[in-house]
Write a protein that binds this ligand. Structure first.
Ligand SMILES: NC(=O)c1ccc[n+]([C@@H]2O[C@H](COP(=O)([O-])OP(=O)(O)OC[C@H]3O[C@@H](n4cnc5c(N)ncnc54)[C@H](OP(=O)(O)O)[C@@H]3O)[C@@H](O)[C@H]2O)c1
Length: 288
């Protein structure tokens, strides 16, 4: 099996490229070789003709997307559509990641795949358009919606709040406590992607698994609980102050509820859904 990973230099791309894929031949490309702003990425798929393309590249600047709608749609919607069509042409599986931000957060429980998306911001709109473009391309695909992605060494909420706690000052750090979701470690995503692909590619009728899935660990928390859990695991004593999201001047509106129900993915692919706290502990390298 030949796998092409796009977005090699992002949080998830790095994790996917570092994963042990067994006897598969893995090639990864960053922006310099596969720029999603141009047709280069789809052309690379047509030239290499891999069995699987995993797209970890995306416009992830949620605030910036509000001012750069066209660019965000190019990277998150048009380019994934081109990639998915190139995959369909060469008979490759296409794996694409989407976001909890396709929802408006008004549901009281966890979102399932059948719930109607209603993005609150441009980033969410562009990710939703990307899902549709991939699903309409006519090839086999996995569109995996996830939330609150973090990785060791990546730029994310976790790394930023830890850096602030270890930085100068002693004042309590304000952290939002009225948005809930599930922090998702890139390792969890990469390992679950590998599990799903093994079933899709190695089973004769694997095409039946093509579709949209939610993929997050079990449990839910708000950003304040999440930071508190990390500080406890790392022995960081800096105080945290719970605040409403409204206290921060953000251009992009964000959903109050980002919880995704990943039971469909777990059932179809035989995935044991880990708890977010266990995965956080594993990422931070704290023994049980
Ligand atoms: N981060 C989250 O909290 C979150 C939540 C839900 C869903 N997701 C989704 O999960 C996936 C992975 O996210 P992530 O956190 O790993 O993102 P990330 O760390 O921001 O990485 C995104 C990667 O995309 C690349 N990229 C951006 N524009 C590009 C272009 N024009 N051509 C080629 N590459 C380009 C970036 O390249 P450079 O390194 O060159 O800038 C970067 O390496 C994305 O689909 C994202 O939408 C993320």
């Amino acid at each position: 099996m030949r796998i092409l990973i796009l977005g090699r230099d992002g949080q998830l791309g790095r994790e996917l490229a570092a994963l042990d894929w067994g006897c598969a031949r893995v090639e990864s490309a960053g922006r310099e070789r596969a720029d999603l702003a141009t047709p280069a990425a789809a052309a690379l798929v047509l030239a290499l003709r891999p069995d699987v393309v995993i797209n970890a590249a995306a416009w992830t600047d949620v605030e910036g997307a509000e001012e750069a709608r066209e660019a965000a749609f190019r990277i998150n919607a048009e380019a994934p559509g081109e990639l998915a069509r190139a995959c369909a042409q060469v008979g490759a599986w296409f794996v694409h990641y989407s976001s909890d931000y396709v929802f408006d957060g008004r549901k009281s429980g966890a979102y399932v795949e059948g719930d109607v998306p209603q993005p609150l911001n441009v980033y969410g709109e562009s990710k939703l358009a990307g899902e549709a473009a991939v699903m309409q391309a006519g090839g086999t695909h996995l569109v995996l919606r996830t939330s609150w992605v973090y990785s060791a060494g990546g730029d994310n909420f976790l790394s930023r709040v830890i850096a602030r706690a270890r930085g100068p000052g002693t004042a309590a750090l304000p952290v939002v406590n009225d948005q809930v979701g599930a922090p998702t470690w890139t390792r969890t995503l990469a390992e679950a992607t590998r599990l799903a692909l093994r079933r899709c590619v190695h089973v004769a009728d694997g095409g039946q698994f093509s579709g949209l899935y939610h993929l997050t660990p079990a449990g839910r928390c708000n950003w304040f609980d999440y930071a508190k859990a990390a500080f406890e695991l790392l022995g960081i004593e800096r105080e945290l102050a719970p605040v409403s999201a409204g206290a921060f001047a953000a251009r992009a509106r964000r959903p109050a509820n980002s919880e995704l129900d990943a039971s469909r993915f777990a059932t179809v692919f035989g995935w044991t859904r880990p708890g977010w706290q266990d995965e956080l502990r594993r990422c931070l390298g704290v023994p049980v």
